[in-house]
Unconditional design. Sequence first.
Length: 249
Amino acid sequence: MATGRLVILTGPSCVGKSPLAKALARCRPDLSERLHPLVLFNSRDPRPGERDGVDYHFRARTEIDALRAETDRYVVMDVRGDLQALDLHEVHDLLRQGDAFFEGNPFIARLLVTDASLRDVPRLSVFLSPLSRSEIEAVRRQRTGSLPDLVADVMRRKLLRRTARQKGILSLRDLENIERRCASAYGELKLAHLFEHVIPNHDGEDSEHWDAFAVPVGDAGRAVAAMAALLDGQTPEVVERWDEALLPD
């Protein structure tokens, strides 16, 4: 029997999920220590600083693809060109220990909020967004330009800065990967309505606001404070609730 809750932190690539989780551990270890991370399988190479078994189980694509045969245990899906796998048995094992924590892409997160075997599990689901509701509504009112193109460009800039910080000179493969991720961002943003809470955050993973100072500052600081409040059972004013109609097809 599950004794804990399923805590989900999701959003587009480079929106700031990983630095938020790390900043929470630094600033509120009392909350972070209660969370047992759910580690997925991933076919891509580790980024600088990532560790096998901590950030992901990094495996060959063929090895992850073979997990499809165990349909009662693994869910395997292509995520922005990377093959990822979720171990449902691990989810239930972690829930028996306490709170299970997923930090990752919205496609796996959507599965966690819709899977029948997790239907009765208490959960806290949070979507980190690069834009606020009011900003999206302002763009829609202006009726100039494409909202999907705007979202893609916002994320493209974050992804370019992050990758340049990690690698220096970018290769063609890096640029193609960035384009896949920013092209996917609008579709991922359209999933935000499936989650209980949306935290607008302009400080993406490329921002120094997470860790350059004694405490997170700017939107990074507000996002960490909002996540801590939600874990404490409070709902701060900065947190939004989105409906499906906010983002048109």
